[in-house]
Design a binder for this molecule. Structure first.
Ligand code: GAL
Length: 658
């Protein structure tokens, strides 16, 4: 995890004042020079403090192989500095220019079917291409050399959303790099054969050279090969980040390095594992509609980002002022949505609120994406609400630098379980890891209970209650850790399809839920997923879908909290809890959804002594997040809510008590 020296606060100290940063991606190369003066004037009016510059500027900076044109960028950097605006300077490597893809088409990614991913959009590069790497690093070196001493430069922004479009590449370069990665992981081919279970379907390898990425195959590719390819692909991009960072460190050791994550938005990058590679964490978040849990999802994303950052402040690098352009239907935000979204990120530790982008483009694929300065200009509701948000953030300057206040409940988020639980050839294709975790989060919000969403590698022991939804991959070490946690008085709640496989995706034998069977005191002989449209009633009034289990209670200290009332498992246990000394281990065997979970959460948390920190009448209506002495009350409803101090929290409003 990141060291406390390397947080966004470090810049603020340099700037001599604590403040929440406010800004956007700025793409001046899309506009004539005279527009830039209007830009900086309007930026000052809105209270912009920082912009991310040059994100997609490779073709402009290096118009021909090895020929650099910095004049325009010098001008932009100087102009921003003269207007008191800091620059988070991109390394500009996200979108390789046409001269490079023409001279070296071998840098283009290849999909699982063997098709080339052609240039024409962006991020058309293989993470493992030596030719791409060489050109990208030459550009990084040129930029870092040029701007090392520039007073506007406060941070480096490596590439952009690494892996957004190019994470899974099945090219020959990827095959070579995958083999090297496997050699490193397993050492010898026998170990790989054991881990991959290659005795099945005659897949035994005699040499690493025979191995390929899981390209289009006649049927389901080897599951462990698929899982290792996911691990490798995340690592390959992390390796690119490290390569760029090494040059930046060498040339500008004082300037912090970040790259914008897409926590929750993108499954393939294991960001919990990437966090220690950046000096401070930054994240992008977009609301996807329609989704009744859209704002809970935003909160979940902000929450997890903060925990990946070790509870320390982080940067919201991108979100939208209003509509995006990449969903089937792109509706604008309602009044109040933008400020509420921004302040929810701040509530969970963001020390910066930034947008894609500053000025709405008039050409290109993103011309219908909202911006701080819309097509309509400064005379617009969007710009007025942007300026209003800028004022609000200035008032909240004292929040900057404060870390998260640890909650009593932790929801465990595990990338390996996300990857492995949703692979093919499973009991059902319907399980959704992220949705199950989000449902638990919504259920806690409905009960007014504050929780941290914490990666498996985080400080799990800090929590009174750990909720581990669909913790599918449980290596022996994690099983012992959780058993110790419960033995020490911790309370764990887990669900269907948890504890099933080890790190090689091999089933734990002897009955499910394998690695957690003894801890839970139950045994399941056979999975019993439900067909689409089928559901089962439980005797506590909630309904399950997608999955059921035929549970045998095997330990005498197991209490049955709810039983199935209908379906094949009728009268058998559906929710159980084993009491272990001061601790307990509970199991929920079906998908209850956010509403059903909200109904059962009190019976699961009660024994641990966890109660809401909110007055009864606010629970479910208001979300509470705490950063040190700052308490954020977020209205979850479209109605005004009266707070304990008598303040009226407007619909979608956020009140901060310090
Ligand atoms: C992000 C990306 C931005 C912009 C934005 C639009 O994924 O980093 O460059 O494309 O989405 O929502």
């Amino acid at each position: 995890m990141i060291s406390s020296e390397n947080t966004p606060r470090r810049w603020l100290r340099r700037a001599g004042e604590a403040r929440l940063e406010f800004g956007a991606d700025y793409n001046p190369e899309q506009w004539p020079r005279e527009v830039w003066d209007d830009d900086v004037r309007a930026m000052r009016e809105a209270g912009v403090t920082i912009v991310s510059l040059a994100i997609f500027s490779w073709a402009r900076i290096e118009p021909r192989d090895g020929v650099f044109d910095f004049a325009w960028l010098d001008d932009a950097m100087d102009l921003l500095h003269a207007n008191g605006i800091s620059v988070d300077l991109a390394t500009a490597t996200a979108s390789p220019p046409p001269w490079l893809t023409t001279s070296s088409p071998s840098i283009l990614p290849v999909n699982a079917e063997g098709n080339t991913v052609w240039p024409g959009a962006r991020q058309h590069w293989r993470p493992t291409s030596p030719i791409f790497r060489e050109h990208a690093l030459r550009l990084v070196r040129a930029l870092a050399t040029r701007y090392a001493g520039h007073p506007a430069l406060v941070a480096w922004h490596v590439n952009n959303e690494l892996g957004c479009h190019n994470v899974y590449d099945y090219s020959d370069d990827a095959a070579v790099a995958f083999r090297a990665w496997l050699q490193d992981r397993y050492g010898d081919i026998k170990k790989l054969n054991d881990a991959w279970g290659t005795a099945f379907w005659s897949q035994q390898y005699s040499d690493f050279a025979e191995i390929l990425p899981p390209r289009l195959a006649a049927s389901h590719p080897n599951p462990t090969q698929q899982l290792d390819f996911k691990r490798f692909s995340s690592d390959a991009l992390k390796e690119h980040l490290r390569a760029e960072k090494a040059i930046l460190r060498e040339l500008t050791p004082e300037v912090p390095v970040t790259t914008n994550f897409m926590v929750m938005g993108m499954k393939p990058m294991n960001y919990a594992d990437w966090a220690s590679e950046v000096d401070f964490v930054s994240n992008d978040h977009y609301v996807v509609l329609p989704n009744p849990q859209a704002r809970d999802e935003l909160s979940f994303s902000a929450n997890l980002t903060g925990m990946i950052a070790g509870g320390r402040p982080w940067f919201l690098m991108e979100h939208s002022t209003s509509a995006v352009n990449w969903q089937p239907v792109n509706v604008p935000k309602r009044p109040g949505d933008m400020a509420r979204d921004s302040l929810t990120h701040v509530a969970y530790g963001a020390d910066a609120v930034c947008f894609f982008q500053w000025r709405q483009s008039k050409a290109g694929a993103e011309k219908y994406h909202s911006a701080m300065l819309p097509h309509a200009g400064t005379e617009s509701a969007v710009f007025r609400s942007v300026a209003e948000l800028g004022r609000r953030l200035r008032e909240l300057a004292a929040v900057a630098g404060s870390g998260r206040t640890v909650a009593e409940v932790g929801i465990v988020f595990d990338w390996e379980s996300w990857w492995a639980s949703e692979q093919d050839s499973h009991p059902t294709e319907r399980v959704r890891y992220r949705q199950e975790a989000l449902d638990w989060y919504s259920a806690l919000l409905e009960n007014g209970i504050r929780a941290d969403v914490v990666p498996t590698g985080g400080d799990l022991e800090a929590y009174k209650v750990l909720i581990a939804p669909m913790l599918h991959v449980v290596p022996a070490s994690l099983a012992s850790r959780l058993t110790r946690y419960v033995g020490n008085g911790g309370h764990i709640v887990t669900t269907y399809f948890s504890g099933i496989v080890d790190e090689n995706d091999h089933v734990w034998l002897g009955g499910y839920p394998g690695a957690l069977r003894d801890l839970l005191g139950i045994r399941i002989e056979e999975f019993a997923p439900l067909l689409d449209g089928d559901s089962v009633d439980l005797d506590n009034g909630v309904t399950g879908e997608i999955w059921t289990d035929r549970i045998d209670v095997v330990a005498p200290e197991v209490e049955v909290i709810a039983r199935y009332k209908t379906g094949e498992q009728a009268s058998r246990a559906a929710i159980t809890r084993r009491v272990v000394g001061e601790g307990s281990a509970a199991y929920v065997s079906t998908r209850l959804g956010a509403g059903g979970l909200a109904a059962v959460v009190p019976s699961l948390l009660g024994p641990a002594g966890v109660v809401s920190e909110l007055p009864v009448e606010l629970r479910g209506r208001v979300e509470l997040a705490i950063r040190g002495r700052h308490r954020f009350y977020i209205n979850r409803t479209d109605e005004p809510v009266e707070l304990p101090g008598g303040e009226i929290l407007e619909p979608r409003g956020v009140h901060v008590e310090s």
